[in-house]
Structures are given as structure tokens and as C-alpha cells.
Design a protein around this ligand. Structure first.
Ligand SMILES: Nc1ncnc2c1ncn2[C@@H]1O[C@H](COP(=O)(O)OP(=O)(O)OP(=O)(O)O)[C@@H](O)[C@H]1O
Ligand SMILES: [Mg+2]
Length: 295
């Protein structure tokens, strides 16, 4: 893949380039992270599935977002390699909020851990008797700090989020996040998928708060098959479950370097990502730009 734009930053999954005029090109790689460690192998097409998924949600939810275009023809001159098609988004550069806007509809992961220890979720007392993976009485905005490289995000209370970004932005972020989660989860439910929780990243473009980064993808959310949800246990995740299951069979301490993933695990994972996309959107993944090209 050749790209003649200035490279600005690479996260665990995305590579960011300067596209001029306060715009960025966000290129989603096929890298896979599990337990916050980037695996050595890649999952073919994963970057395209995630981009297709975000693009679907941005349009379906009709939200103010950073997205300008996913069409190669709209990209700057230095970014015309066909391999960029389908995995890249031209976006408005945003001044990112310093919090992660998490919404939880079900209690699992770090929230479940906190609840078992103190009966609270992000510091707020919760009803007694919740089970692992229980549906919450209503979805809750549960922000987290944005961790620096190599660290884990830290769950914070709403009051702490207000201290970090101010009461006005915190209130706006909460309203936007809950609205997106509610509408996205409703659509997913119709297709037999539970979005247990999700993380939005919001930022300011020309003084307006917009949704940036990726939206309601399998990487930023926990997708559960609705027919396998049973409070008291953790449903299989729609996407990374083959990887997690494989890693759990090893005696690996979940710090780099990661173990080698077998080809079968990578192929299963690809199938899951594609299946999740097709089930939610009702679209055929093979219709998405660039699918079938080497990644
Ligand atoms: N419109 C935008 N303007 C500026 N930065 C953005 C914009 N959209 C997304 N970003 C940032 O781009 C980066 C995307 O890279 P990536 O998703 O790989 O990040 P990461 O933070 O390492 O991973 P994770 O999502 O697991 O936290 C993030 O830091 C995100 O906050
Ligand atoms: Mg990210």
C-alpha cells in the first residue's frame, strides 16, 4: 500500500494521515487487538468490515459526524492506491474530548467486576441482585479516561467527566451517546444482536460536538448473539470469540509479545466480523469497495 500523505499517528488499529485543509485520512488496518495487545497476525478484510460498519451507522443514525467520504475518488492525490478503498475515511480533524463516551445497556466486563466488589458501577450505587450480563434498568452513560499508549482506560463517574471536560460538554456528550446507543441497539435487536455496551469518541469540529472515530463497530462494542444471552454467564462475543477462546487455552500473561495465532482462528474471526456486518446491515459484504483485494 502506498500513501504519499504525512503520517501523523498509528493507534492499535488505525493509521492517521494529514489530508490537508484540517482533514485527516483514517486508514483502518487489519490489525487485531485482544486484551489490549496487538496480535502479530492480521485478519483479512477486518479493516474494510469496520469501515463499512461505521459508514453504515453514520448514515443510518443520521448523526453529525466527522465523516466526509469513504470514496477513494474524494481522497487527496497522495491517497489513490486502490488498496485504500473501503478501509479509509476522509474526515474532519476534530479536537477530541479527553474522555471515552461509553454506554452500557448490560453489565459486563470492568463494570461487572466493580459491581461484584462494591455494588457500584462507575461509582454509582446499583440495584442489588444484578447478575453477570444482566440488562440494566436503563442504558447508562459510563465515561472512561482515554488511556495513554500501553495503558488501560480507567472508568470514571459522571462527575469526574464533568471535571475533565466541563458540565456543558459532558451533558452534550451524554445526550448524544445515549441517543446513538438507544437507536443503534434497537436496530441491532431487530436483527437478533444485542449491543451490550459501546464506546463513542466525540470531538469538536468548528466548535460543534460531533461523533468521530468509529461507531458501533464490533471493535468498539460488545456484540452478543441475542439467542445466546443468559444472565449469569457471558455470551460469546460475535467477533473476537475465536481469538479469546484460543488465547485462554494458553498460559499467556496477556502482555506483549502475543502468541502466534493459527490460520484457522484468523479465518473464523474474519467470518464472524463479516457475519456481524451482514446481519446488522442486511448488506452483502462483497459489494463493499476493495473487498477481495489483498490487504
Ligand atoms: N476526526 C478525528 N480527529 C482527530 N482524531 C481522531 C478523529 N477520529 C478518530 N481520532 C483518533 O484516531 C485514533 C484512532 O486510532 P485507533 O482506533 O487505532 O486508536 P487507539 O486509541 O490506539 O485504539 P483504541 O480504539 O483501542 O483505544 C484515536 O486516537 C482516535 O481518538
Ligand atoms: Mg480506537
Amino acid at each position: 500500500m502506498t500513501i504519499a500523505l504525512r503520517h501523523l499517528y498509528s493507534g492499535k488499529v488505525r493509521d492517521m494521515y494529514d489530508a490537508g485543509d484540517d482533514r485527516l485520512l483514517l486508514v483502518t488496518s487489519d490489525r487485531l487487538s485482544a486484551f489490549d495487545v496487538v496480535m502479530a497476525e492480521t485478519v483479512p478484510d477486518k479493516g474494510r468490515v469496520l469501515t463499512a460498519m461505521s459508514s453504515f451507522w453514520f448514515h443510518h443514525l443520521g448523526v453529525e459526524s466527522h465523516l466526509i467520504s469513504t470514496d477513494l475518488a474524494d481522497f487527496p492525490e497522495g491517497a489513490q492506491d486502490p488498496d485504500l478503498a473501503g478501509r479509509s475515511m476522509l474526515v474532519h480533524k476534530a479536537e477530541m474530548l479527553t474522555i471515552e463516551c461509553v454506554v452500557r445497556g448490560y453489565i459486563t466486563g470492568s463494570a461487572w467486576k466493580e459491581y461484584t466488589e462494591s455494588g457500584t458501577m462507575h461509582g454509582t450505587p446499583m440495584p442489588t441482585g444484578l447478575l453477570k450480563s444482566s440488562k440494566l434498568p436503563e442504558p447508562v452513560f459510563t465515561p472512561a479516561t482515554k488511556a495513554a499508549d500501553g495503558e488501560h482506560d480507567i472508568n470514571i463517574s459522571y462527575a469526574e467527566a464533568e471535571e475533565l471536560i466541563g458540565t456543558d460538554l459532558a451533558a452534550q456528550a451524554r445526550t448524544i451517546s445515549l441517543d446513538l446507543y438507544n437507536r443503534g441497539a434497537a436496530l441491532a435487536a431487530e436483527r437478533g444482536i444485542i449491543i451490550a455496551d459501546t464506546k463513542f469518541e466525540l470531538g469538536l469540529v468548528d466548535g460543534e460536538l460531533v461523533v468521530a472515530d468509529e461507531v458501533l463497530t464490533a471493535d468498539s462494542s460488545r456484540y452478543w448473539p441475542a439467542d445466546q444471552w443468559e444472565p449469569g454467564s457471558t455470551p460469546p462475543s460475535f467477533d473476537k470469540q475465536p481469538v479469546r477462546d484460543f488465547l485462554e487455552t494458553l498460559d499467556w500473561d496477556k502482555t506483549p509479545p502475543p502468541p502466534t495465532l493459527p490460520a484457522s482462528v484468523l479465518a473464523d474471526t474474519r467470518e464472524r466480523y463479516v457475519a456481524g456486518y451482514e446481519r446488522i446491515t442486511g448488506r452483502d459484504f462483497s459489494d463493499w469497495p476493495g473487498v477481495g483485494l489483498a490487504g
